[in-house]
Design a protein. Structure first.
Length: 146
């Protein structure tokens, strides 16, 4: 004699159970896509700030304070934003030199400016995977016209 297993043949509620199993993975995927977009947008804005600093250093002044001011005024909504500009000189042979000195053997002296920008992104969920706030950096170096 077989026992009555009618409850095993019932299929009501299967969709709800499947949805409950899949929902955390969908949430994880969606929040990952959103966070990737936030980080990418922040990185693009930082690249714009660095480009503004390098263009200012090339065309106007390579004084670090002036370059940093140009970088901070070029942005619209990055907060917090940390900018840094460093000037250094190199002789044609690749040897570092003081920007006030002359190169040995009459080699030309090249002046460079390195600009760095840093900001943070507040992420949506995923605190257990990525640190929140997520720090983004951008850096660039340009040779100036003395």
């Amino acid at each position: 004699m077989r026992p009555n297993c009618q409850f095993l043949k019932q299929s009501k509620g299967n969709v709800a159970i499947e949805f409950a199993i899949v929902l955390p993975f969908l949430f994880l995927l969606l929040s990952g896509i959103m966070n990737f977009g936030l980080i990418l947008a922040n990185k693009n804005q930082l690249n714009g700030v660095v480009n503004a600093g390098m263009l200012f250093a090339f065309g106007n002044s390579s004084v670090p304070a002036a370059v940093e001011l140009a970088m901070t005024t070029s942005t619209t909504n990055l907060s917090p934003l940390t900018v840094k500009a460093i000037t250094f000189c190199v002789c044609s042979g690749g040897a570092p030199a003081s920007c006030t000195a002359t190169c040995p053997g009459g080699l030309p002296l090249s002046k460079y400016v390195t600009v760095t920008a840093q900001s943070q992104v507040n992420l949506v969920a995923l605190d257990f995977i990525l640190t929140n706030p997520f720090v983004t950096n951008a850096q660039g170096t340009i040779r100036t016209l003395r």
